[in-house]
Design a protein around this ligand. Structure first.
Ligand SMILES: NC(=O)c1ccc[n+]([C@@H]2O[C@H](COP(=O)([O-])OP(=O)(O)OC[C@H]3O[C@@H](n4cnc5c(N)ncnc54)[C@H](OP(=O)(O)O)[C@@H]3O)[C@@H](O)[C@H]2O)c1
Length: 310
């Protein structure tokens, strides 16, 4: 249960959110080439249009663009009167060893966002050296102090999620979400039992990279690979995804001209997850938002399952 930091009086239930927007690329020059093909104006326009069409959940992190993603959101929020729900993340860098470093990171995020509190605060990775249960204790403290509405984790496997759930249970708190990579080319959470466990415990699965970083849009091929680090990461897959992309296109046609991106996101929604596609420009937002308001049939989901990775 979450409330917004602005105007909305009713509780905010993450399970009611069908689609959010990932903002890793907002301000990130290194991986996403911010400032070259798209800029402040583009992502500001995306932010404004999201609110116009009823998308109000934005995922960011202190590390995205070295804080620039949070800074941009903070700037956009100043001009907005609507309720907006912000999820951000704490990165357990190996040099962060103290509880004070956690607090400092959190307050720096609030400062960049220009907010008194956030909707969802997530532990970005379960990395050592500090046991993640210590960071969870700090998250619980923030929740008790009313500085965050809900506690989330990210990149936690099944046993880590079980452990996090039990840790928070001791404080009488619930684990609201686990943000993990999930899309048609990576369905490992189905195999590992993580998906079933999260559904059973009402932990919202926030599906990151739901378009496989652009591959599921169908625009990238071996002849036209994505640039930067994505080219190395997906080099092998680009040769093998043709049948899946063809099926996405076919289903899109059968659903009144939807794009492969729209079908891929709808599939993730049908699987009971909350996808947060990254969006750089308005045309991408329009395509991705068209995943809302309808559902693939069970047969279509099964067909996509059979053609995709598992
Ligand atoms: N917790 C974690 O460790 C973690 C890790 C990764 C991501 N995330 C979160 O998940 C969000 C989404 O993941 P992601 O950005 O890695 O991958 P993604 O959502 O699968 O792909 C996003 C990229 O695909 C392209 N794209 C998106 N919609 C499109 C459309 N309709 N048509 C054509 N191209 C489109 C854009 O890049 P191009 O135009 O350059 O192709 C966009 O930046 C992130 O922003 C972040 O919030 C979290």
């Amino acid at each position: 249960m979450m409330t917004s930091f602005k105007s909305s009086k009713s509780p905010y239930d993450l399970h009611q959110v069908q689609l959010g927007i990932g903002t890793w690329s907002w301000g990130d020059r290194l991986i996403w080439q911010y400032g070259k093909e798209y800029n402040d104006d583009d992502v500001h326009a995306v932010f404004t249009e999201c609110l116009n069409i009823g998308i109000s959940f934005f995922d960011t992190a202190e590390v995205y663009g070295s804080g620039e993603s949070e800074r941009l959101i903070g700037r956009f929020l100043k001009g907005s009167k609507q309720a907006v729900f912000i999820a951000t993340k704490f990165m357990p860098y190996p040099w962060r060893l103290t509880r004070a470093s956690f607090r400092k990171a959190f307050y720096n995020s609030l400062k960049r966002l220009g907010l008194p509190k956030v909707t969802l605060y997530q532990l970005h990775w379960p990395n050592p050296p500090v046991p993640f249960t210590i960071w969870l204790e700090e998250l619980a403290r923030l929740k008790e102090e009313g500085l965050i509405e809900a506690i989330g984790v990210s990149n936690f496997n099944l046993s880590q999620t079980e452990s996090a759930f039990r840790s928070l249970e001791k404080y009488g708190l619930s684990l609201a979400s686990n943000q993990v990579e999930y899309h048609l080319l990576n369905r490992s959470i189905e195999r590992s039992g993580l998906m079933d466990y999260c559904h059973e415990k009402s932990i919202r699965i926030i599906a990151y990279s739901p378009l496989a970083q652009g591959l599921l849009t169908g625009k990238y091929t071996s002849e036209n690979p994505p640039g930067g680090i994505r080219s190395a990461r997906y080099r092998n897959q680009l040769h093998t995804i043709t049948p899946l992309i063809s099926l996405l296109r076919k289903l899109g046609d059968q659903h009144g001209g939807k794009t492969p991106a729209s079908i891929a996101l709808n599939w993730a929604i049908c699987k009971g997850t909350l996808p947060i596609p990254g969006v750089k420009i308005i045309s991408q937002l329009n395509q991705n938002a068209s995943a809302l308001g309808w559902k693939l049939s069970d047969e279509e989901v099964a067909l996509l399952d059979s053609v995709s990775e598992v």
